[in-house]
Design a protein around this ligand. Structure first.
Ligand code: CS2
Length: 519
């Protein structure tokens, strides 16, 4: 147990009196008691290292205290219990070969845990002082069916929609404290409550790694309300169409899990403990569609880019960065590499990552005038090589069933439509398949630790992967539910994946030894 004081407004004032070290930058000096202008769903590490930093800096530059953030957790009270005792304050530990710095951030004013305070979440979003609801709830938070649209078979979503229907019609059996089981369910309840509380315009700012993220969530909301049994659903939908915007965004900053080593490094710099510490690379980029229903922070004054068309940036990032990231995660883990930096330093994997970018991802993008793609490729590979942040292959490997359609399968579809066989991307799909096979059969150790499959479809994938390596590609393509029919029935694609599965399985003499390579 550390003898150091815990970060809070009081301890920060004490530390500041004696002078913070040069590597530590203090939070903005703003009225932190003002009503929040933003409510953020999914107050995880990425939001705290990305949007919350942009918002802090924009508010400081403008001296504008309207943009405090109330974060909303999803599954647990952990982040609330990390930040509420710290008055919302936390540090961003920035690590690279060039050195270490600690940015103290004050834009988050409180964190709410819906399971214990859903009505407060709904009231905060309904407040006229709230102008933006932003989200980072990960791909699975939107409960989409693999082929797109709402997954009405999802039990959590179905239950949320029953609660929503009652709240839309304002029946006597409404229980506003009833917690939502899905982020999309909570969002729609919040929109309903805002509509019923005066209907001030609102911007829903989706900051997840989805293709055309804002419009996708807008379509989800429309499809759900179109199918709602509530008599007031169409009036609510009319209000959403008229008063709520869903701009697209591209978000980019590599944010690994925080470890005890990271915490010790931050404590040594600050002279206080910080339960909410997050870690990040120096690079950060935010491209936002300039389509707001009301006021917003002046993010463009601190490096964000406001534009009419986000697609070139979003598609490039999801396919060149995230696609290669996932390939290195699966192939790297299979070769026993604990870190992405180790995987990208592996000459064979490095060459395969370059091939995936040059032969498939970039050609699949079509004409991109806004970005120097060759320079972007080098920048991405250089960022992956940052060993200082300790980004693990296993962290990135999670939720593959949600990420593959966005990061691999879109590339494969587009390359096949152009008459090319995506061999490099098929290899990435094969690496995922062998990762699924190895983890669900208990055969994968990385850095001496056994690795389990972390995926919302883990049981279905385990069933499909069970069996010989020979039939693995066909079993997962036909039974995972994540491959669109057009791909699953394309012999060029299936043939390339089958070949790649054999190639990758041969990396190790015995499949059972897969992953017991050197880290
Ligand atoms: C990573 C992303 O975990 C993952 O799937 O690929 O979190 C990646 O680090 C960010 O998108 C980078 O902006």
């Amino acid at each position: 147990m550390s003898s150091l004081p815990r970060l809070s407004a009081t301890t920060l004032a004490d530390l500041s009196r004696t002078g913070l070290p040069p590597a530590v930058s203090p939070p903005a000096d703003l009225n932190r008691a003002s009503a929040p202008g933003i409510v953020h769903l999914g107050i995880g590490a990425f939001h705290r290292a990305h949007q919350a930093v942009f918002t802090e800096r924009a508010a400081a530059a403008a001296g504008d205290d309207r943009w405090g953030i109330h974060g909303v957790t999803q599954r647990s009270a952990t982040v609330r219990d990390q930040l509420r005792p710290q008055d919302g304050l936390y540090g961003v530990l920035e690590l690279s070969d060039a050195g270490t710095s600690l940015d103290l951030i004050g834009s988050i004013r409180d964190v709410l845990f819906p399971a214990e305070e859903t009505a407060r979440v709904l009231d905060t979003i309904a407040a006229p002082t709230t102008h933006i609801v932003s989200l980072t709830v990960t791909e699975k938070g939107y409960r989409r069916a693999p082929q797109g649209g709402p997954d009405f078979a999802d039990k959590a979503l179905a239950r949320d929609l029953e609660v929503l229907a009652r709240e839309i019609d304002g029946g006597s059996d409404v229980d506003r404290e009833a917690p939502s089981r899905s982020a999309i369910g909570l969002l729609l309840r919040a929109l309903t409550h805002r509509w019923q509380s005066g209907g001030e315009p609102l911007t829903v700012l989706v900051c997840d790694n989805l293709m055309d993220n804002g419009p996708q969530v807008e379509s989800l909301a429309h499809a759900i309300l179109d199918a709602s049994p509530a008599t007031g659903a169409s009036a609510l939908l009319d209000w959403i169409r008229a008063s709520v915007t869903f701009p697209a965004t591209m978000v980019d900053r590599i944010v690994p899990k925080t470890t005890d080593d990271h915490r010790r490094a931050a404590e040594a710099l600050l002279g206080a403990t910080d339960a909410g510490l997050v870690v990040a690379e120096p690079f950060s980029q935010w491209v936002i569609q300039d389509r707001f229903a009301g006021p917003r922070p002046s993010w463009e004054t601190v490096g964000a880019q406001l534009t009419r068309n986000v697609s070139p940036y979003e598609h490039t990032k999801l396919r060149v960065l995230n696609g290669t990231h996932s390939f290195l995660a699966y192939a790297g883990a299979l070769r026993g590499h604990a870190l992405i930096a180790d995987a990208v330093a592996d000459p064979e994997l490095h060459a395969m990552a370059r091939a995936m970018i040059d032969e498939d991802a970039i050609p699949s993008l079509g004409a991109i005038d806004e970005i120097d793609l060759a320079a972007y490729r080098e920048s991405v590979l250089e960022r992956f090589a940052n060993a200082a942040i300790g980004h693990t292959t296993v962290q990135i490997a999670m939720d593959g069933s949600q990420k593959l359609p966005i990061r691999f399968l879109g590339i494969a579809r587009d390359r096949l439509a152009a008459g090319a066989v995506p061999h490099a991307t098929s290899r990435a799909v094969a690496a995922w398949m062998l990762y699924v096979h190895a983890t669900t059969s208990g055969q994968l150790d990385v850095a001496g630790a056994p690795v389990a499959l972390d995926d919302p479809l883990a049981s279905r994938l385990a069933d499909a992967a069970a069996g010989s390596i020979d039939g693995l590609a066909d079993r997962l393509v036909t039974r995972s539910g994540i491959f669109p029919t057009a791909l699953a029935e394309d012999d060029r694609f299936l043939g390339a994946v089958r070949t790649a599965v054999r190639e990758i399985a041969s990396w190790t003499a015995e499949p059972a030894a897969v992953g017991r390579g050197s880290a």
